[in-house]
Write a protein that binds this ligand. Structure first.
Ligand code: AMP
Ligand code: MN
Ligand code: MN
Length: 319
């Protein structure tokens, strides 16, 4: 069923909120805002997350957040599950096992590749971030935003728009940001945490990846590989090097970037960014992934070199 913001019914009971796997600022900030709103309406709410929180998003307030193991040990029965910022059920990872015991599944998202997998689907592909949709839900109910909500929702919108630089940014995006500032957002604090807080090892790894990147099609396509070996050398985790791809995309003349992350020797996460005509969500869909025209991703089974070959061939075809 397709829904809009006005005809969504929020049941009373116990909610689980699921940010997507490999969480980012949008899914985490959206989960926090929605969680506080649902709690203010008298519901019990648990955010069950999977994967590490990126270094620059750790400053948000994670009360009521549980890992799968922590949540299972509480033996809680629940009524509703809400997926935030996830385009398909795969994005729930192993938490899909919780679906069979829920009365209703809500799907709140903004990806053009969303499969409308919920009983209630609130999918707005015009929204720059899921955080925008969450803002509109809360605003519609005259919810009283706390400082923590303001930081969470601003983080969601700012990170998914590259700090209001990407083409998904609309006047509505800016209006919402303005409303958050009017309500008392500490803009300096949030921006320091999000953008001026880079671990030195991330800078060093970025430099190393750029020194070793492969370039194709008159340097319009760049491919960088984040291997386990590089992480080990710098004693870094993936959550400490989030966002490296943005530096590569910024290079003059580059049209498409692919970043391959070697999760293990047989599982590669591919992130893609486009600055030109190529719609990277189409390429990601071809590998059962998803995303937006200018930012998309997928998982590829196999070695990092075989994944590179597959993805480069597909991108070059599209260019
Ligand atoms: P990332 O490259 O992980 O920053 O993701 C870029 C965009 O693509 C985000 O909107 C993600 O939600 C989406 N995305 C990344 N990986 C996948 C995937 N495996 N399946 C569906 N969407 C994805
Ligand atoms: Mn996301
Ligand atoms: Mn998003």
């Amino acid at each position: 069923m397709k829904n809009n913001i006005n005809n969504i019914s929020w049941g009373n009971g116990i909610y689980l909120i699921f940010p997507h796997i490999i969480p980012d600022g949008d899914t985490l900030g959206s989960a926090i805002g929605l969680k506080n709103f649902l709690k203010s309406r008298g519901n019990e709410v648990y955010v069950v997350y999977e994967g590490e929180i990126p270094y620059n998003i750790t400053f948000l307030d994670y009360s009521d957040f549980y890992t799968i193991e922590e949540f299972e040990s509480k033996k809680i029965s629940y009524d509703y599950i809400v997926s935030v910022d996830g385009s398909d059920l795969e994005r729930m990872g192993t938490r899909r096992k919780f679906l069979k015991d829920a009365k209703k599944l809500y799907n709140i998202d903004h990806h053009r590749t969303n499969l409308n997998f919920g009983d209630i689907n609130l999918v707005d592909i015009e929204a720059a971030a899921t955080g925008e949709i969450i803002f509109r839900i809360l605003d519609q109910f005259d919810y009283e935003f706390t400082k923590k909500d303001l930081e969470a929702i601003y983080t969601a919108i700012s990170t998914d728009t590259g700090s209001f630089k990407y083409t998904n940014t609309t006047s509505e995006t800016m209006n919402i940001a303005g409303r958050l500032i009017d309500m008392g957002l500490d803009l300096e604090k949030v921006n320091l945490n999000l953008y001026h807080n880079v671990p030195l090892k991330k800078m060093k790894i970025t430099a190393e990846l750029i020194n070793n990147m492969s370039m194709y099609s008159n340097d319009r396509l760049c491919v960088v590989k984040m291997t386990q070996a590089i992480l080990e050398k710098h004693e870094a985790k993936f959550s400490e090097v989030d966002g490296v791809i943005e530096s590569v995309r910024d290079i003059n003349g580059v049209s498409v970037v692919a970043l391959l992350k070697e999760f293990d020797s047989e599982e590669i996460k591919v992130s893609m960014r486009s600055k030109g005509e190529v719609d990277v969500s189409e390429i990601a869909l071809g590998f059962d992934g998803g995303g937006h025209s200018k930012a998309a991703g997928c998982m590829i089974k196999g070695s990092i070199n075989s994944a590179e070959k597959l993805i480069v061939d597909r991108i070059l075809e599209a260019m």
